[in-house]
Design a protein around this ligand. Sequence first.
Ligand SMILES: N[C@@H](CCC(=O)N[C@@H](CS)C(=O)NCC(=O)O)C(=O)O
Length: 216
Amino acid sequence: MPNLPILYSFRRCPYAMRARLALLASGVDYEHREVALRYKPAAMLDASPKGTVPVLVLPNGQVIDQSLDIMLWALRQNDPYQWLENEEEALKMIAQCDGDFKLHLDRYKYPNRYEGVDAHDQRAQAAVFADSVNEWLQKTSQNNYEFNSSLGIYHAGYMPFLRQFANTDKNWFAQQPWPALQAALASFEASNAFKTTMQAYAPWQARAANAVVLPK
Ligand SMILES: N[C@@H](CCC(=O)N[C@@H](CS)C(=O)NCC(=O)O)C(=O)O
């Protein structure tokens, strides 16, 4: 096995998805290690004790354990679609996604896990971000939702999260006045990039003697 960066990843994690999408766009080769979140490999926890995916371990031992940092590292190695052309603006939108939107998304999806939370109220608050993405797409992208364009960084950054939002109640989402967002999401899910990065892997060393079992 050549000396490649190692990515610890979990297929359905939206943070890991954005890291995989940026690695794919960059063309940087890496070794994929699928992690079962209940059986995190000791090698991953040694590299990054905080225990979240994604984690990228470089051949020189450097550890990058925030999804955005992995995206930026990959694109700084190689950026054939000029995703970094929009770095500043994209990072602002991704920060909105990771902030308020993610907070309300989690409460909308799992209201019972939080005290005093009303799912519809949380959905309405999360919808503020969805609405702003729809508006932004309408004025900016002129129906260009392609991954292999300089706009790909936006989609990679927030579409995995908007997809969770849409899937929580597909009928409701389909009825919202967000034609650009609905089209962009459909195009994202139909893309080769999505299919490639959503490939299923068996967990790496999930049940090896050195795997650490953590409570959920
Ligand atoms: N800020 C981190 C968040 C990563 C994160 O929260 N990942 C979740 C999965 S989606 C995780 O690994 N949670 C740990 C667990 O469930 O045990 C990043 O951007 O990489």
